[in-house]
Ligand binder design. Structure first.
Ligand code: GLC
Length: 438
């Protein structure tokens, strides 16, 4: 009967294995993992359940929810818990700096504004992604080169491009026949058409004292042929071109066709007034197309188009925005975190973010996808790919937040009538030079 005993023994072992496996899987979806997770690399490949925390700024579109849903379907053992950060990128930045400088493992994956990777890499907040990229054979040439470069610092890749951004001009197709080609044309059309179809305002933009003001200002500055720094990182902001640009922006901010409190407007305020049908023109990022066509929230469904921003003396210029995905250096689940980063920056994640969220992909091939092209005529327009690729970057520097603060203060003082554009240009020049020299 030796044989039977052996069979019994094997059966017993089998039962035990099944029992243990069941115990392991019984952790509830949202329960935090035990300390066993410090065995980092097991996460993604084993069937053990793991919860990662993904932090990003407020998303007023359904895109983030949908991306997470699609990811969890593909990875039943990885749960993604969302952590909502402030919509104001500067405020999010400061919260991340607080968390990461105390080496907190709480956040695993986070969205990083294109202006952060150099700073975060230098401060040692993030994980280098090269080993993951190599292991999974990610083709970095499939992305717009500028977006890959934004995630590189000291020869290493710290961030994966998730979506890119470029400032665009929105207009109401039921009011406007021909969108304006220059800032002066915008001024005359906005004041002529204000009031049509119940609109209260001719134009909306972002003029609050925060990062978005810098992107608006950079568009005026570049459109008049000016720049903040040149290709060799020399500060060149004190120029007649910049002064003229700041004066044009100030003329618009102080006009009768923008809201009285335009200097409190960020993207959210712009979007809310816009989807209520309160304005003829608006400057915002492409995501507002998705909000405009949201049947549940918007009064302007199918009445909105976006196009290139007006020209100054030189050209039409869009500021380069966009968001990357990074991994917290102190994440206890780097492998699972990478799986999520790979998904969200890969073709499936980016398509969801384009179709559900109106966000311009960084993967070139997606612009040939019919569903992406349907988002707006601009996404289908090959010229827009050029706009995205030639968008004007903000200075790339580990001290970018300081540069931005200087500009925010100096520009806001002009908008408030407290100093001239000449003084602002001169002050920015000396203060930015000083900050960069230190
Ligand atoms: C958008 C851009 C980002 C920029 C921010 C300013 O989110 O993608 O790059 O810094 O707006 O408000």
């Amino acid at each position: 009967m030796k044989f039977n005993r052996k069979v019994l023994w094997v059966l017993l072992m089998l039962v035990l294995v099944v029992f243990l496996a069941a115990c392991n899987g019984s952790g509830s979806k949202d329960s935090k993992q035990s300390s066993e997770n410090s065995e980092e690399d097991a996460d993604a490949e084993s069937s053990e359940e793991v919860t990662i925390v993904y932090a990003r700024g407020t998303d007023t579109t359904p895109a983030t929810e949908e991306v997470i849903k699609a990811f969890e379907e593909e990875h039943p053992n990885i749960n993604v818990e969302q952590r909502e950060m402030p919509a104001d990128t500067g405020q999010s930045h400061d919260q991340y700096v607080t968390a990461f400088s105390s080496q907190s493992p709480e956040i695993d994956v986070f969205n990083a504004d294109v202006i952060w990777p150099a700073e975060f890499a230098q401060a040692n907040y993030a994980l280098e992604l090269d080993r993951f990229i190599e292991k999974d054979g990610i083709d970095m040439d499939a992305y717009f080169p500028g977006t890959v470069a934004a995630g590189k610092f000291n020869g290493k890749q710290w961030a994966m491009p998730q979506y890119t951004d470029a400032g665009v001009l929105y207009y109401r197709t039921d009011i406007v026949d021909e969108p304006p080609k220059t800032w002066d044309e915008l001024i005359s059309k906005a004041s002529d058409l204000q009031g049509e179809k119940g609109t209260e305002f001719g134009y909306l933009m972002q003029a609050a004292q925060y990062e978005g003001l810098i992107t608006n200002a950079i568009e005026y500055i570049a459109s008049y042929g000016g720049a903040v720094v040149d290709e060799n990182n020399n500060v060149v902001v004190d120029s007649p071109e910049t002064i003229k640009a700041i004066e044009k922006m100030t003329e618009i901010v102080n006009s009768d066709f923008v809201p009285n409190n335009i200097t409190n407007f960020m993207e959210i305020e712009t979007e809310n007034a816009w989807i209520e049908g309160n304005a003829v023109f608006a400057r915002n990022w492409p995501y507002m197309m998705s909000s405009s066509n949201d049947e549940e929230r918007s009064e302007v469904v199918d009445k909105v188009e976006m196009t290139m921003l007006p020209k100054g003396d030189e050209k039409s210029a869009a500021a380069l925005g966009g968001w990357m995905t990074m991994i917290n250096r102190y994440s206890e689940h780097p492998e699972a975190a990478w799986e999520f980063v790979k998904f969200i920056s890969g073709p499936k994640g980016q398509k969801i973010s384009a179709v559900e969220g109106g966000r311009p992909p960084t993967l070139k091939e997606l612009y040939d996808d019919p569903e992406v092209q349907e988002v707006s005529s601009l996404f289908a327009n090959p010229e827009f790919r050029e706009v995205l690729q030639s968008a004007v970057p903000r200075p790339v520097s580990p001290i970018y937040p300081e540069i931005s603060d200087i500009m925010q203060i100096e520009l806001s003082r002009v908008l408030a009538g407290e100093q001239s554009a000449e003084d602002a240009a001169a002050n920015m020049q000396t203060k930015i030079e000083k900050a960069m020299a230190e």
